[in-house]
Design a protein around this ligand. Structure first.
Ligand SMILES: [Zn+2]
Length: 103
């Protein structure tokens, strides 16, 4: 497995996620519209944005861990049991740090 390629992929993925989080933050910073009729929709929208942001931040943390593993030469090893993570799983989820059993 070419870890350099994986690293580049993870870095690109992280950059995209950071961009998304920044866009969501900017959306929040714009504040609420004065039109009260739109308030319900707005707060539902806020919930969606909040969960999208949480999701992105969780994924960023996951990617950071995988990047640390690459730098430590431990990429592809399960953090919990120390077993090798199957190549197919890493291909599907390059930021995976747990094997199929421990995930
Ligand atoms: Zn495991």
């Amino acid at each position: 497995m070419d870890t350099k390629q994986i690293k580049n992929k993870l870095l690109a993925q992280r950059a995209e996620l950071l961009r998304r989080v920044a866009a969501i933050k900017a959306d929040f910073a714009q504040g609420k519209p004065a039109d009260f009729s739109e308030q319900t929709t707005e707060s539902e929208n806020d919930d969606v944005l909040r969960s999208l942001r949480l999701e992105a931040e969780t994924e960023i943390r996951q990617i950071n861990r995988a990047l640390e593993q690459i730098d430590a030469g431990e990429y592809g090893t399960c953090e919990r049991c120390g077993d090798a993570i199957p190549a197919g799983r890493l291909e599907a989820i390059p930021e995976a740090t747990l094997c199929t059993r421990c995930a």
